[in-house]
Unconditional design. Structure first.
Length: 431
């Protein structure tokens, strides 16, 4: 039975609206009460009931790859959750569009990423079964480079430490198995058959679909104007409404630095480009060609086979331009290097795939100084969780990152080692 007596209701209704902390405490204390109010009660009580209706256990700011995953895992645990996004995910305004993303298990970023990649793969497989949708294509990934590449050395170290399958191939062996490649003799390759391609936009749709089935609330095309943190929760304002939450997850992609401007996080949004090129030869089509990653002396490229007639997709991983996320647009070929770098790579290593450009796109990534993620709580408000700075290699981990965030909300800790992603690490130098 609802504990709200008429006197309690009256006291509740008379709280001054600018006393945010006290109002939020009262909202949280009496959340869930169902009260029939006489018409004579004050406007204050009516407003208080409005606030109660707009209260959630968790509000997620940013419903892209990580935010949508977090909402999904919170919904599986019965947590009433509101997701707010300035656009309508999946969309082309941030970091998660472009049809495909690599998932490699033998990573060059360190062992803690290997553990997360393996768990992420397990969770993607589970989501596939739950939705009966294809989210992962086992193309395998071929990594190619010159023998002295530090990137390759770190990848080999990870593979050895975690006993991951990684086949060593010399240039002639690569070209014999996959004749679409043209590989210089002094290059070496490493093929990881268990990794492959994530259909990133389909992954987000799957999280969205299953979360909505479990009654998450998703508000799209809804820009957050302000967030006020208080000791017992947060007040989130949009153009249309004011919402209240016990806990908040902020994973706003390239806008994370702006949302958390008071922290002065050294987050740098940058513009990246990738394109799809015509290839009429079947050797460039899946399953005849694997995904690939080339670590050259001064450049790094990645790519995908032609999947269902889309063309061979290729992107440069180490070329970027600083960008204000509010000014970002789909302006592929604004710079000659947008297409020029990609075509030059194809002409050198996959010459038969250097056909007509079918389409090109621009996206944003958000870098930290050390290229490691931020996954932690707010230094002053532990009920506020922050996930960002994924530095161009975050999507494949978004399934496990969503689960980690749900555990931080529900349990206050996670079973995964995220110490390297601390917001207080020296590389971030928060004052």
């Amino acid at each position: 039975m609802c504990p709200m007596t008429p006197h309690a209701l009256l006291a509740f209704g008379q709280v001054r609206l600018f006393d945010k902390a006290l109002l939020l405490q009262l909202v949280m204390a009496y959340k869930g009460c169902q009260v029939i109010l006489p018409s004579t009660l004050s406007k204050g009580i009516e407003r208080a009931i409005y606030f109660m209706k707009n209260h959630y256990s968790v509000i997620v700011i940013g419903a892209g790859s990580v935010g949508m995953a977090a909402g999904y895992y919170l919904s599986k645990n019965g947590i009433d959750t509101l997701l707010l996004d300035a656009f309508d995910p999946p969309h082309g305004k941030g970091s998660h569009h472009g049809e495909t993303r690599l998932i490699r298990h033998a990573t060059a970023e360190g062992g803690h990423y290997v553990e997360l990649a393996l768990k992420a793969q397990e969770l993607w497989n589970q989501l596939e079964k739950e939705t009966n949708k294809t989210l992962f294509i086992p193309t395998g990934v071929l990594m190619v480079g010159e023998c002295y590449s530090s990137f390759i050395d770190e990848t080999l170290k990870s593979a050895k430490e975690y006993s991951l399958p990684l086949e060593t191939l010399h240039a002639a062996e690569i070209q014999k198995r996959w004749p679409g490649f043209s590989i210089p003799d002094h290059f070496v390759g490493y093929f990881e058959p268990s990794s492959g391609t994530l259909l990133n936009e389909e992954c987000i749709r799957a999280f969205r679909q299953e979360g909505l089935k479990r009654n998450i609330t998703l508000q799209t095309n809804t820009k957050v104007n302000s967030i006020d943190f208080v000791s017992s929760g947060a007040i989130v304002k949009t153009e249309e409404n004011t919402y209240y939450a016990d806990q908040v997850i902020i994973c706003a992609g390239a806008w994370t630095g702006k949302v958390l401007s008071s922290l002065g996080l050294p987050l740098e949004p940058v513009r990246k480009t990738f394109g799809w090129f015509e290839s009429n030869d079947s050797v460039f089509q899946y399953p005849m060609l694997p995904c690939f990653y080339f670590s050259l002396k001064d450049e790094r490229y990645y790519g995908f086979p032609d999947i269902n007639g889309s063309g061979v997709k290729v992107g440069r991983n180490d070329s970027e331009r600083k960008i204000d996320p509010d000014l970002m647009s789909q302006d592929f070929n604004k710079y000659p290097s947008d297409e020029g770098d990609l075509r030059s790579f194809l002409e050198r290593f996959l010459p038969g795939a250097a056909g007509k450009l079918k389409q090109g796109k621009a996206c944003m990534i958000t870098k930290t100084p050390d290229m490691d993620f931020i996954v932690d709580h707010h230094p002053k408000f532990p009920h506020v969780k922050i996930a960002g700075g994924f530095s161009g290699h975050g999507f494949k981990y978004s399934s496990v990152l969503g689960k980690i965030l749900s555990q931080l909300v529900i349990d206050g800790h996670t079973e995964y080692d995220i110490s390297k992603f601390s917001i207080s690490r020296p590389a971030l130098a928060i004052v």
